[in-house]
Design a protein around this ligand. Sequence first.
Ligand SMILES: Cc1cc2nc3c(=O)[nH]c(=O)nc-3n(C[C@H](O)[C@H](O)[C@H](O)COP(=O)(O)OP(=O)(O)OC[C@H]3O[C@@H](n4cnc5c(N)ncnc54)[C@H](O)[C@@H]3O)c2cc1C
Length: 248
Amino acid sequence: MSLLCLVSGVYYDEIKPFVRDAEDSKIGTPSKKRLENEIIRGGVKPSYTRPGLYPIREDLYMLMTNHEYGFNGTDANQVSLATLRARAELHKIVNGLRGLGGVWKNLRIVATGEQIGVREGRRIHGLYTVTRKDLMEGARHPDAVCRVNMGVDVHSVKKDDESKGSYNRGVKLLPYDIPIRALIASDVEGLMMAGRCISGDFIAHSSYRVTGNAVPMGQAAGRVGAIASLSNRLPQEVKWEEVKWQVE
Ligand SMILES: Cc1cc2nc3c(=O)[nH]c(=O)nc-3n(C[C@H](O)[C@H](O)[C@H](O)COP(=O)(O)OP(=O)(O)OC[C@H]3O[C@@H](n4cnc5c(N)ncnc54)[C@H](O)[C@@H]3O)c2cc1C
């Protein structure tokens, strides 16, 4: 899990070497290591070893520098505990950077998320389960809702993994389809899923969980749900042709 925050009091021209802008992405994001070293110089070893400062305005940035490991996103107490720990770390990191003076002398937290960002919660069994095999083979489905291009992106399950650095777990991805069957629950009639809770294994989830896929999944589930309820049928009884859906 990660808690993000908005920061201000710094200016682009002065902090550019530490900013995750388009230029930085083109050359392998060296800003991350520089920012990590700067945070350590400020007295804190960040929980996330690939921190990023994402520009929103000349003087407003999103800071991603926190990882909370081993907390269960479906347990409210654990989500609260992770949120408190994360918020404390963000304040320590920002205070440490400000303490360095220079370009950081006026750095301030503007806002933190109302709760920590949960990357993985429940994955519900569906009529089809998207798997690592689908990714590796670039699976195609006649009832495709969206085509996923995002690589395997497993944010370390435990702290030790962070130094191992292989977020993609060595899985090479070919663009693959998410079928509507993965959005229809197998054990509860009339229940549909969309976004990161659809039917998929751990590795596949780390790839399709991002917003660019969650949005078309929500739209497709909405369409199928509407057609099913208007015709008094179950979602799986709706023929995909009726949905008139085009995968980009
Ligand atoms: C820290 C972090 C960084 C990320 N960075 C990126 C990124 O850079 N790019 C990207 O594309 N994706 C990124 N993701 C992934 C992406 O944001 C999520 O996977 C995506 O938002 C999943 O969409 P969703 O609709 O499945 O779930 P969510 O966006 O989590 O939406 C679920 C909604 O349901 C609400 N809810 C929960 N329980 C109830 C209830 N009982 N009743 C009513 N409402 C309820 C929640 O409040 C929430 O609003 C990131 C995720 C995290 C956590």
